[in-house]
Design a protein around this ligand. Structure first.
Ligand code: AMP
Length: 417
């Protein structure tokens, strides 16, 4: 299957080629024809499946031939749960729309509203927004939707988790009834089905990669280690694996800040991204990480939701998440759209219960590894399954790493030679 056979124009195909995309992902194969046929779509797909292009590409194909947006109007509205996701979707839209002469804007809260009002003045073909700020702009008459052609709800399940249901309903009320609706969600929970009832009309239902396939694509390993040795072990692994970019997860904001300080004082370039930071600080941190100015981005779960960082080879769970499903979200930051990825978890004795919950969810026993010079914590009671669901990890499972100490540059542990 090629993008050309899906009915996309030459300009869009060129943009895809310059991004290096050769074949559509499964969600793209299914969503693109459905959207082009002007059907409503309900798609169960996580970040990492290529869903953004799945709705953006056909949307651009539809928009390119129509009349451009009038002042203070939008032709497509894409709602996202977080500012970061809005910014990322906006970037994708710009990338894929190169050469199409379509306008787009991204609006979210936490930053000044005036520049956003200015942007909307001339009208935009595609508006990407978080619900609260969109309503503010609507109330201030900065935007109207008399000719809205398509509504996209991206990561609808997270929007509901974050309490946006009333905002979403208020937004839907101000949209014209005749429009195309595209609903994307990691899962179809009862709440999502309830929301969908009042939203989509005879939708094409698409479901790709049930939520745990991420876990199968990503090579995972657990380092059992006492809490006190975690910082030093992390630094040893960073040195040994010699990685250009690593996303590290901590359970708390405080833990993220503390870890950044420890990393910095040992000469690593690190920055934190979490809910206590201002929007501009978060954007700056993400940009510094993406451009390679800092090597290590330390994030909490909420801050990392939906972050799209291209080809991230490694994710480190400095702490295991309180909720097992967050583990799958976290490691979904690596190994995206078919690429293989690696996830390392540093697990102390007190996290045994959390490890068990994760292994139950992903239906795998995660192989364990040790680094010489570090204390071995016994996590043997973390085995919920009779035998591992998959083969070797490339890490030295369950035994010391042999030659080469923590800082010797021996790279056998990461499986990346
Ligand atoms: P998404 O699920 O929309 O967050 O996309 C995940 C990642 O996959 C993004 O970094 C995209 O740039 C990338 N991507 C999307 N579609 C393709 C494709 N057909 N081939 C290769 N990479 C893709």
């Amino acid at each position: 299957m090629s993008f050309a056979s899906l009915g996309l124009c030459a300009t869009i195909l060129e943009a895809l080629q310059s991004e290096g995309y050769t074949t559509p992902t499964p969600i793209q194969e299914q969503a693109i024809p459905a959207v082009l046929a002007r059907r409503d779509v309900m798609a169960a797909a996580q970040t990492g499946t290529g869903k953004t292009a799945g709705f953006t590409l056909p949307m651009l194909e539809i928009l390119k031939d129509g009349e451009r947006a009038k002042p203070n109007e939008a032709r497509v509205l894409i709602l996202t749960p977080t500012r970061e996701l809005a910014a990322q979707v906006g970037e994708s839209v710009e990338t894929y729309a190169k050469g199409l002469n379509l306008s787009s804007a991204v609006v979210f809260g936490g930053v000044k509203i005036n520049p956003q009002m200015m942007k909307l003045r001339r009208g935009v073909d595609i508006l990407v927004a978080t619900p609260g700020r969109l309503l503010d702009l609507y109330q201030q008459n900065a935007v109207r939707f008399p000719k809205l052609e398509i509504l996209v709800l991206d990561e609808a399940d997270r929007m509901l988790d974050m309490g946006f249901i009333h905002d979403i309903k208020r937004v839907i009320k101000v949209l014209p009834p005749k429009r195309q609706n595209l609903l994307f969600s990691a899962t179809f929970s009862d709440e999502i089905r309830e929301l969908a009832k009042g939203l989509v009309n005879d939708p094409v239902e698409i479901s790709v990669s049930p939520r745990n396939t991420t876990a199968e694509r990503v090579e995972q390993v657990v380092y059992p280690v006492p809490k006190t040795e975690k910082p030093v072990l992390l630094m040893a692994l960073l040195r040994q694996l010699d990685l250009p970019q690593v996303l590290v997860f901590t359970r708390t904001k405080h833990g993220a800040n503390r870890l950044v300080k420890q990393l910095e004082s040992s000469g690593f370039l690190a920055t934190a991204i979490h809910g206590n930071k201002s929007q501009s600080a978060r954007t700056k941190a993400l940009l510094e990480f993406k451009t390679g100015k800092v090597q290590i981005l330390v994030a909490t779960d909420i801050a990392a939701r939906g972050l799209d960082i291209d080809q991230l080879p490694f994710v480190v769970n400095y702490d295991l998440p309180q909720v097992a499903e967050d583990y799958v979200h976290r490691i979904g930051r690596t190994g995206r759209a078919g690429a293989s990825g690696n996830a390392i978890s540093l697990v102390e004795g007190e996290e045994l219960k959390l490890l068990r919950a994760v292994q139950r969810l992903i239906k795998q026993e995660i192989p364990q590894a040790y680094l010489e010079g570090f204390t071995k914590v016994d996590l043997s009671k973390a085995k919920p399954l009779p035998k591992p669901a998959r083969g070797g990890s490339g890490h030295s499972s369950g035994r010391p790493s042999g030659s080469g100490g923590a800082r010797s540059g021996n790279r056998s542990q990461g499986g990346r030679g």
